[in-house]
Design a protein around this ligand. Structure first.
Ligand code: NDP
Length: 792
């Protein structure tokens, strides 16, 4: 090519990063052993698996294939280490974590090269995004270790954490998991993805280098079926943190149900990228490149659904095609390459399969005219138009460089299309009208919303999903709570569980339900349960359900007797069934506008209700106070812009109240949930539901819109099961025996609803530390981060 031709084509020359230092580092160490208790240990199986360079298809290294015996050894080491590390002063932990951050920076280029060799991602990304963010995470969390005592005073570490990470951001996902875990005083056993272990092994060397105490960090390479499943099922593990596919996340939810293990799941996505007609289209095009071709589209929050306002769609698609024609694919170590290799032949095949499905379903596929390298696993950037929202490619996470585009006419239609997915990880909104963008952002069901930007991450800002994208946050202060538990909780199995005495309830099918006309007066003021004296002088019994703002007879037509401690029948409540739950969930859904109302209105309804409920007056007032004060944060990530962290209502929460304090337990759960804007379906105490059903009058006269609170009485476990299985219920709280907790966690795996269960831990509801406060508000909300860059 002569100078004239070069000038005309503006072709880049190759700018290769040297692979030699990375390859030499590998050669000196392969086959790699396991990292347990700061030692390099041969795997019990004696087996090793190949690690392949996706850009060549050739073997890079061999890594140990751990099995359950190695998991036992690593967990044992982590348990011993926890005894000391969990009590190590925050300042000392800070020094270690700070040292890790410094050493990441010292080895930054080696780490970047290893990551590109092992994963196939372009060196520009590993060098400029992955590794700097890794260091940033450790610096940021070093600070939280220092501040833990003053900023999270009521909390202690969880214990030993099992961490399972994917292959798409190998070292970054390690940092997102290990940094907060160590900062909060936990020890860890981490399993990298089978395809991409090398940077985790280099990280283990850093752990040795900085002299982190043995057993605090253990790294086990190997197969999911051997290491991953053994970690998930291990009794010595107190928490599992997982990032990966929704299917595996669901199986982990099921496997850990009832074990008492804390769980956070970062799962898949099908994130919308919404472009309004007043957006700056040249910026949009670069945004799309970052959204879907960053890391070959193997990004859980990739903007893989392009939603364009109809009147600009043709223009934008034309510009995009032009840009795609100029994207460069090839050797990941070439600094002038935009798109590297797909991680494995299996992933490549899956992408091709889904693309074929798209064509078969009638969408129009477009790819640039140039060809991909023939060696290694490459897939060209791909654009689908004429896509119908219900088709496979519009719904399924492709996890490759494939963009599907659809059009909309109005902002309302854009929101509807955007939310038409089972996922809820991220979204991107493009408009020069900030009013429009900030109006749309809160309406999107997604943990992160980027305005006029995309795929920005920072340690200050929590990242995580809504709906089937998982639960829990990584980063920010909210992410720390995934690695702590209240100090009053003990690690041992609960000493005392509250069981419903068999004889205290019965289903009375032979006797007709007490009608509304037969309301009966009872003597008040006596003790209903040990230690709790209702403050009402008399109870006006109205034994129906409360659904959609109305008192409703049970669908079953049956009632159940309610007894006092002496075994005397003191009333009846309706025997709820599936139909009642369905009606209640429907009513709770229809009352969705509650969350959108002003927080001031929510506070006022509360104050009205509080005035009428004497027994729980203080707690109601607490949440009335919180309703307009539980605010988010404005993060200042290192860019010209801010990230607004807003705690949002979760949606419809199903809840089973504790038996211990029928009224106070009821109020303690209901009040924070509705104060934060949720609508609820609540199953009051099964033994003593009357104090809750007496609240109907309060609810009716307190300006609470119909459907915000729905009360279904009856068999707690039967009704909880229906709620936990219901796809329109977004979260489930359950305060009852351990077996019930397990059933709720298992059933909730269907739509991956967030659960909050007591694991049989007794809680003192009269105590304001255990019975109210920030823990309740946090469980009633999920944090959305809205990124708003500024400047011309
Ligand atoms: P997986 O979810 O299967 O793997 C993620 C991690 O979990 C890996 O470390 C894996 O180990 C481990 N794992 C797999 N099964 C189990 C199990 N039963 N118990 C415990 N651990 C387990 O993702 P894949 O790598 O198979 O990718 C498949 C699809 O998942 C992708 O096409 C993409 O759609 C999605 N995905 C989403 C990611 C995200 O960030 N949301 C990240 C990666 C993938 P091993 O590597 O040994 O199999």
């Amino acid at each position: 090519m002569n100078v004239k031709e070069i000038f005309e084509t503006m072709e880049y020359g190759p700018a290769p990063e040297a692979a030699a230092p990375g390859l030499a580092w590998i050669q000196e160490r392969t086959p790699f052993n396991l990292f347990i208790n700061n030692q390099w240990v041969k795997p019990a199986s004696g087996q090793y698996i190949d690690s392949i360079n996706p850009a060549t298809g050739k073997r890079l290294a061999q890594v140990a294939a751990a099995t359950s015996a190695d998991v036992d050894a690593a967990v044992a080491a982590a348990r011993v280490a926890f005894e000391t590390w969990g009590k190590t002063p925050g300042h000392i932990r800070t020094r270690y974590i700070y040292a890790i951050a410094r050493h990441i920076q010292k080895h930054a280029r080696l780490l970047a090269v290893l990551e590109s060799l092992d994963n196939g991602k372009p060196i520009r990304e590993t060098r400029d995004i992955d590794i700097p963010l890794v260091a940033r995470h450790f610096y940021y969390h070093a600070g939280w270790a220092q501040l833990m005592e003053s900023e999270l005073p009521g909390y202690q570490p969880v214990g030993v954490v099992g961490q399972i990470i994917p292959w798409n951001f190998p070292l970054l996902m390690l940092a997102w998991k290990i940094a907060p875990a160590l900062a909060m005083g936990n020890t860890v056993v981490l399993k990298p993805a089978r395809y991409t272990s090398l940077t985790a092994l280099k990280f283990a060397e850093i752990v040795q280098e900085i002299g982190l105490p043995p057993g605090v960090v253990n790294i086990l390479t190997g197969e999911a079926s051997q290491v991953g499943e053994a970690l998930v099922g291990h009794p010595g593990i107190n928490k599992i943190a997982f990032t990966g596919s929704t299917d595996v996340g669901r199986s982990i939810r099921r496997a850990t149900a009832g074990s008492g293990k804390k769980l956070s799941l970062e799962l898949g996505g099908k994130s919308p990228f919404i472009v309004f007609d007043d957006a700056d289209l040249d910026s949009v095009v670069e945004g799309v490149v970052d959204a879907i071709w960053f890391n070959q589209g193997q990004v859980c929050c990739a903007g893989s659904r392009l939603l364009v306002q109809e009147n600009i769609a043709d223009r934008l698609i034309e510009k995009l095609r032009e840009r795609m024609e100029h994207l460069r694919i090839g050797d990941p170590l070439d600094k002038a390459v935009d798109i590297g290799a797909i991680v494995s032949p299996g992933q490549l095949k899956e992408i091709q399969r889904l693309v074929n499905t798209g064509v078969e379903e009638g969408a129009v596929m477009w790819q640039p005219s140039w060809a991909c390298p023939t060696e290694g696993y490459f897939f060209p950037p791909t654009l689908f138009t004429n896509v119908s929202p219900a088709t496979t490619i519009a719904q399924v996470e492709i996890f490759g460089p494939v963009l599907v585009s659809m059009t909309f006419r109005t902002p309302a239609e854009a929101v509807e299309l955007a939310n038409n997915t089972r996922y809820g990880l991220a979204a991107s909104v493009w408009s020069e009208n900030i009013n429009l963008a900030l109006d749309v952002a809160p309406k999107l069901k997604a943990g992160t919303v980027w305005i006029n930007c995309t795929n920005l991450f920072d340690a200050t800002s929590g990242f995580g999903g809504y709906r089937e994208s998982g639960f829990g946050r990584e980063g920010g202060k909210e992410g720390l709570y995934e690695y702590v538990r209240p100090k009053w909780e003990t690690l041992e199995a609960p000493a005392k569980e509250f069981h419903i005495a068999e004889e205290s309830t019965s289903t009375n099918g032979s006797r007709p339900a007490v009608s509304a006309d037969e309301d009966r007066e009872f003597e008040g003021g006596e003790q209903l349960l040990d230690g709790y004296t209702p403050m009402f002088p008399a109870i006006d019994r109205t034994p129906k359900m409360f659904i959609g703002g109305k008192q409703t007879r049970p669908d079953s037509g049956y009632s159940r007797d309610v007894y006092d401690p002496q075994g005397q029948v003191i009333g009846q409540v309706g025997e709820g069934n599936r139909k009642d739950i369905r009606n209640a969930v429907e009513a709770a859904h229809a009352a969705g506008g509650w969350a959108a109302g002003t927080t001031h209105n929510r506070a006022r309804s509360y104050a009205d209700a509080a005035a009428e409920v004497q027994a729980a007056i203080s707690r109601l007032f607490s949440y009335a106070a919180w309703a307009d004060k539980y605010e988010g944060a404005v993060h200042r990530p290192p860019l010209r812009g801010v990230a607004l962290a807003i705690p949002e209502a979760i949606g419809v929460i199903g809840m089973a109240c504790p038996e211990e304090h029928p009224l106070l337990g009821f109020v303690s759960l209901v009040a924070p949930a509705i104060a934060m804007g949720n609508t609820i379906v609540v199953i009051p105490s099964q033994v003593a539901p009357l104090s809750a059903t007496d609240c109907y009058q309060v609810l009716e006269t307190s300006d609470l819109p119909a459907g915000v609170v729905n009360i279904v009485t009856g068999d707690r476990d039967l009704l909880s099961q229906v709620l936990a299985e219901h796809d329109d219920v977004d979260a489930m709280w359950y305060f009852g025996p351990a077996e019930g907790c397990k059933r709720v966690e298992l059933a909730s795996a269907g739509n991956m609803k967030r659960t909050w269960v007591s694991y049989g831990h007794p809680r003192d509801w009269m105590d304001t530390v255990q019975g109210e406060g920030e823990e309740f508000l946090r469980e009633a909300t999920q944090v959305k981060n809205i990124w708003v860059p500024y400047g011309e």
